[in-house]
Design a protein around this ligand. Sequence first.
Ligand code: ATP
Length: 567
Amino acid sequence: MRLTVGQVHRYVLALASSRSCFVLGDHLPFRMLSLPRAVSFHQTAWHDTQTVEDKSGLLTLASLEVQNKVEYGKKEIATRTGGTKPSSRALALNMKPKVSSFNAKPVKSSLPKSAVLKKTLKIDESLFSAKSFEELGLPPLLIDRLNKEGLTAPTEVQSAAIPIISRKHDAVIQSYTGSGKTLAYLLSILSEIGPLKRPTEQDSVEAVIVAPSRELGMQIVREVKKILGPSDKRLVQQLVGGANRSRQEEALKKNKPIIVVGTPGRISEISAAGKLHTHSCRFLVLDEVDQLLSFNYREDMHRILEHVGRKSGTSSRDILGPLARRSECQTILVSATIPFSVIRAARSWGHDPVLVRAMSVVPLESITVPRPMLSQTDANSNSPSNSVNQAAVDSLPPSLEHYYCTSKAQHKVDTLRRCIHALEAQTVIAFMNNTKPLKDVVFKLEARGMKATELHGDLGKLARSTVLKKFKDGEFRVLVTNELSARGLDVPECDLVINLDLPTDSTHYAHRAGRTGRLGQKGTVVTICEETETFVVRKMRKQLAVPIKPCEFTEGKLLVHKEEDVE
Ligand SMILES: Nc1ncnc2c1ncn2[C@@H]1O[C@H](COP(=O)(O)OP(=O)(O)OP(=O)(O)O)[C@@H](O)[C@H]1O
């Protein structure tokens, strides 16, 4: 039976959705798994993780063969010392390693270290130690612009990623939230294209950057404009949903941007209408890749992956999968949380794909599927719910303090106020799960004299960006929002994140938490839950392998409780 690529994808999606195990043909888009391996994956699926993923609609393109989700192991091979880097995060921007007062027990892996990552890439060690943009070999014009913006030294992940990308590797960039991943890829790209580059040939749309939300898209656009400077800012064009599409198309025609940044739906719409030509694109970036490869975005991402960087005349028969080989185009996948399914997808690219993390670069081919790691206290129980979610663990900044307190639902707003006062927090992001109660919370806070505002999908694009700007400018002390703001949102001043509703799982917890403690700053995360929900917090604590300490707020102070079973 011969199927077209589109048919194949639909067929695979349908089967994967039903969680069936099925045989793969040679012409199917994914080549990685044979049936016996797929069967064994299916049998050893982590039921706990899977249930959660299903709820959030996460179906990675890479895992379409078998609906399965596993995380890669934490054990990195540090290139300089040959051992893991205990303080690699803390070293970002020359931060001093933070000694936690909490004695977390080590997690126990049931897998020998060597089975997780087999080998490191042979790479010049000195690359990781670059302390300046000059040492990284960035073009002088670009360095001038960075200095003008007050950026003088690269972060660790930038030191690792920039040389790798300049060597034409496809890369998966993983590092904790707020560690500077955006500039890690932007500086690599702006070294090669646009007015600040090393001199080369002519310009057209040469980089496509895809982000899952309008806010993140606009944030990336602002970052590019900041680097390009006022005279060249027209060279980046936003293509996010919710904005006037004809205006975006006109701007594409008039300004001839070299970089476009947008959401999957709008990029794919404009591309389908023939108004965006990306065949000779040199860089494709998927920011928050694990989210972009989820089920929700499958149609749009499929179109984007099929078209960007594919020279016309290339038959769709040649496509090995959505992340197909693009001979000229470098693909860069970015997230604080990279599940193994993304690694598996990325392996089908052509340009020696590597996993870049602060202080380590590893060929993707050498990363094997890990078995679940159990937290020490539960190593004997073998329960999947006790598995450490390594991707989420790796995404947490080291400088965060985590607490939880209990409150009746009707008293949560008061608890929130007491928490803000006790911690003297100035810039607070409070997460909830539904829009209506979210509005009620804003109303109650305002009624009690605390400046608060709301951000959610029911607001139009203009309202959303106005709210965000005002919050960043300090006009509001509390931003009450939902999952929309959990990914990528950069408000450097944010000193407190509150979970007024529980996040869906530990990965969502990690992304919400990452809105504070950015770039080595201090940050606190407080989960306010009902008594009956505390077991969920404890479970996340095990999966994240961090202390989430029980506490209460009385007489304007934070009181931390002891808990017998804190790991
Ligand atoms: N080299 C640098 N020097 C100073 N500040 C930097 C540098 N690189 C990035 N920053 C700043 O650090 C902040 C966090 O960066 P960024 O948003 O890229 O983090 P991230 O790793 O992408 O986080 P997330 O995973 O939450 O998306 C931003 O305000 C950015 O401007």
